[in-house]
Design a protein around this ligand. Sequence first.
Ligand SMILES: [Zn+2]
Length: 703
Amino acid sequence: MAQAPQDSRDLTDRFIQFYRKYYSDEIGTLAQQYPNEKRSLYVDYDDLYAFDTELAEDYRKKPDQIREYAEEALRLYDLPVDIKLGRAHVRLMNLPETVDIRGIRVHDDHIGRMIAVQGIVRKATDVRPKITEAAFECQRCGTMTYIPQADSGFQEPHECQGCERQGPFHVDFDQSEFVDAQKVRVQESPEGLRGGETPQSIDIDLEDDVTGRVTAGDHVMVTGVLHIEQQTSGNEKTPIFDLYMDGVSVEIEDEEFEDMDITDEDVAKIVDLSNDPDIYEQMVASVAPSIYGYDQEKLAMILQLFSGVTKHLPDGSRIRGDLHMLLIGDPGTGKSAMLQYIRNIAPRSVYTSGKGSSSAGLTAAAVRDDFGDGQQWTLEAGALVLADKGIAAVDELDKMRSEDRSAMHEALEQQSISVSKAGINATLKSRCSLLGAANPKYGRFDQYEPIGEQIDLEPALISRFDLIFTVTDNPDPETDAELADHIINTNYAGELHTQKSKIPSSEFTDGEVEDATEEVTPAIDAELLRKYIAYAKRNCYPTMTEEAKEVIRDFYVNFRAKGAADDAPVPVTARKLEALVRLSEASARLRLSDKVEHQDAVRVTDIVESCLRDIGMDPETGEFDADIVETGTSKNQRDRIKDLKHLIEELEDEYEEGAPVEEVIKRAGSDLGLDETKAEDEIENLRRKGEVYEPRQNYLRTT
Ligand SMILES: [Zn+2]
């Protein structure tokens, strides 16, 4: 810098003046803690702007050059202690505006500038040393040649600086310089997306003291310098470039951050709506109006959007307020459409399929891929992490990967996901509500089998759901006629609306179009509903009234009592109690009430009872049976399986070759009252479970 031109000297002096005025304390602290605890001076853009508008703007336009002066000024600064801030960084933060990741464009002159982006960390590599200057020792003469290393590839010397021969060289790591390096991929936040856009992302290189601070799933604001890098195809360069950022500073955003402006006018509308006696009906009518019926499912989905209150107990434990809901149904019943609709009205949501669209699937994964420089372990957040503080709508949940199945229990109950693999140990937050849809095990429901046995998800996972709805497609002339009318009218409304907008001379009047479309127009439009939900979640923390407590307690006790007589199965487990509490809190939130009242408790016990009736009832006995939900097998059936196995054991003793199948079926009929089909089914069940086998055809042995 000795021969630096006059204006650069000026710039360095200008920064020294700026530091004296605004940052002398911070620099003092930095000097005391340098280099082990602190290696950066964080400069707030507002301070620099207040000090020198032009300098601040120049810093954003030419960040790489101006930073050199800012850091030189730091090295020249008079320090209270005798220490040199040789390699301290100056990190600018808090830029006045952020750029949408999808909005980064060449013609906007973003390239080479300092910008700030906001989003969620989708992927993060582990932190690894990266060589910045390699020291090559000549094996012939011993001279050291130092080669600065760029971001891509590894540069070796053309010739030795001593003997001018081409080596061979040996890299001396002690004499080389390394820096901690990490790469992260930041994706647009779910709440910033509208109408199902695919989220865009940008990769960010981090170095030194800003590495290792963020992990997959964190909401961040990153300030950095935007660069471009030429894409290659094999060894060929292509005319297309990729964008990436050199990260300057990274701030983890407040978790409650919601990018939603709710104006005073909005609040007035919301409060007004909440006082409407028909608010529950209006809300239901606002969910997927083109899908006929399913009012109870729609109400439950609305309650899920509002969610219960997350409770923190004095001992530090936490009870989740998020509701998990599962729709299991015959194909063609509109499950997917309902899920998609929820995505449109949830303030923060992620929509995916059980198969997942990335290697992280639904939960999270540590993967070794070429996301970083070379093969490196990367932690990637899946749908439930990306939906933290929101809703994850997962279609085809039954098709999820086996890795997800095991991680799901923790994700749903503790609302976190632990990843421990290849030195990566991380716990990611997944405080979201899961709205899942699944098909019955054999594609379609069999009305003669308990529904609990027709769900292709393990019982322990099923029991994590607060509500399970079964959507069956059974012919019924009356409802079929209504459904047909609804679909025809919906399409007719669409035809009128389209014709009117395409052909101005259409014979239909505005009034006619309006009449036809009224039925399929949501009662509350999606934009307002989204704000309503965000407002309620931010401002309402209802508590239970005595009346509400009593309704829920009685419901539980009565249901249990039905199962208490004789040897009847236990109908409902305590897990359902917490579900009832969560649902009734959501019901109170829906009308912006800070009290959970009698009506809330009644509303939700009705929903829970009808869900249990659908799923927890043993079609053979007509009794409620929690075992069907919690273990996948009804008590009645478990008894039957035990009896049948016992019978086979007895027959085994009588026949040398094993129990003849024909005889087993005959005795199952006479001794156990099982008809032939049932007996065959149960034998097949035993065989599948490995409890019996066929030593030869048509003979059985127990294991
Ligand atoms: Zn040499």
